[in-house]
Design a protein around this ligand. Sequence first.
Ligand SMILES: O=C(O)[C@@H](O)C(=O)CO
Ligand SMILES: [Mg+2]
Length: 262
Amino acid sequence: MIQFAANLSMLFGEVPFLNRFKEAKASGFEGVEFLFPYDYSKVQLREKLDEAQLTQVLFNLPPGNWEKGERGIAALPGRESEFQHSVELALEYAEYLGCKRLHVMAGVCPEGEQIEQCFEVYLGNLAYACGQANSAGVTLLIEPINTRAFPGYLLSHQAQARKVIDHLAQPNLKLQMDLYHAQIMEGDLTTLIRHQIDYVGHIQVAGIPDRFEPSGGEVDYNWIFSELSQSSYDGWIGCEYNPKVETKAGLGWLESARNHFS
Ligand SMILES: O=C(O)[C@@H](O)C(=O)CO
Ligand SMILES: [Mg+2]
């Protein structure tokens, strides 16, 4: 059955990060996701999950130097050995936290590098990572991200991701379909969902254009949730949005969203 996960990098920012787990549970979430766990020990995080009885649904591989503008290293030529270490670290956390999904960020193709070469490195790194993750029972996800947010990001369209997944033909490589990015880059969300739901290993939602709650803005999420409820997808939906005012005050949309899946 489809369930909703709170993205703790964005929700419950009113309290310190480690307190957000119990806030998520108290607000009715059964699972959590966030961008990166690496500022905390895996033991600290496990404790928080256990205390609140939450499932760790997803997090990302280390992204490289975020402060310097790096947004993943999977497609960066010359960074292959760093990438392999990042896979090892992420899998260590994933196994300890019981997390079955990891998002591998492609990265921004560096100036002076050919896109084709970045793609070649990306494919090689993904194939390596899939092998490592498979033995740990972990699915890797690739997410097309809008280039307004991350200019030059290598993977920005759903069809590109499908091609990568088809090309590599790995059983544990899936699409992270973030409907916020998909609407900005492509629109036509219903058709995208109908055409590629079999590729999808995780979904994320936010209102468009402001990345607020998925209840206002240009996309009718009641329509989208109804569409998803009729599809074969039965995984998690990550609530990856910035609360417009305050997290709890803005959670009214969730009850009616859940009604689509009950
Ligand atoms: O959509 C996003 O921003 C995230 O899912 C992510 O992993 C990269 O920032
Ligand atoms: Mg996302």
